[in-house]
Design a protein around this ligand. Sequence first.
Ligand code: NAD
Length: 260
Amino acid sequence: MFIGKTALITGSTSGIGLGIARTLAAQGAHIVLNGFGERAAIDRLRAELAEAHGVQVRHDGADMARPEAIEDMMGRALAEFGSIDILVNNAGIQHVAPVDEFPVDKWYAILAINLSAAFHTVRLALPAMKRKGFGRIVNIASAHALVASKYKSAYVTAKHGIAGFTKAVALEVAEAGITVNAVCPGYVLTPLVEQQIPDTAKARGITQQEVIRDVLLAAQPTKRFVTVEQVAALTAFLCAEDAASITGAVLPIEGGWTAQ
Ligand code: NAD
C-alpha cells in the first residue's frame, strides 16, 4: 500500500499511464496526473479516482517536450506534496517511417518526450527523495529498449537510451533508498498502437489486419497483446517495499518477444 505517498505519472490521461495511475490510487497514493486531453474528461477522471480511493488527485498539463514546462510541473507538485515518492516516466509518442524519410521534427520530438523528459523529472525529483531516504522511479521503456524494429529509428533510439539512463541513475542513488527501474512492455492495445497501424500498413504496403497479425503480434510468442493492467501491476510491485532490492533492472513484459 502507498498510503501517504505521492505518485506523479507522466502521460497518464490515456493508456498505460492511466492504468498505472488507477492502480497506484487504488493502493492509496495521492496522484499527479499529466497528459493532454479534454478538460471535462480529465476533471471527471480526477473526481472518479479521488472519490473511489480517498486520495488527492491533481492534473498538470505540462508538455513533456518542454524542459521549462517540466520544471514548472515538478515545482508545483513538490510545493503541494513536499516530495514525489513515486515517479513514473511514461509519456511517449511514436512515429513510423523509413529513416531516410523520417521527419526531422518528429525525431527531436520523440527524443524530447520519450527520453529527455525523464532526465528532467528525475533530476528535479531526486533531491526530495534523497532527503526522505525513499524513492521509486519507474521508466516505462519498451521491448524496443532491448531489440529494434524497422521504421522506428527514433523510438528505438530513445527507448535504448532510457534503459541506459535507468541503469546509470540506479547506480548513483543505490545507497539512498531509491530504486530506478525500466519496464519494457511488448504491444499493448492503447491509442498509441492503434494510431500507428495505418502508418505501418502504408510503410510496409500491407493491410491493417495484416499489420496486427504479421507485424505486431508476430513478435509476441503468446500471440496476445500485453494488457494495461499487467503493466500497471508490475509497476506497482516495483514501487512496493518488497521490491527494495530490484534496481537498475530493465524488465521485459512482452509475451516472450525478446527471448527469441
Ligand atoms: P497513449 O498514446 O495511450 O498515451 C500517451 C500519454 O502520453 C497520453 O496521456 C498523452 O496525453 C501523453 N502525452 C503525449 N505527448 C505528451 C507530451 N508532449 N506531454 C505530456 N504528455 C504527453 O500511449 P501508451 O501506449 O499508453 O504509451 C505509454 C508509454 O508506454 C509510452 O512511453 C510508450 O512508448 C510505452 N509503450 C507502449 C506500448 C504499447 O504497445 N502501447 C509498448 C511499449 C511501450
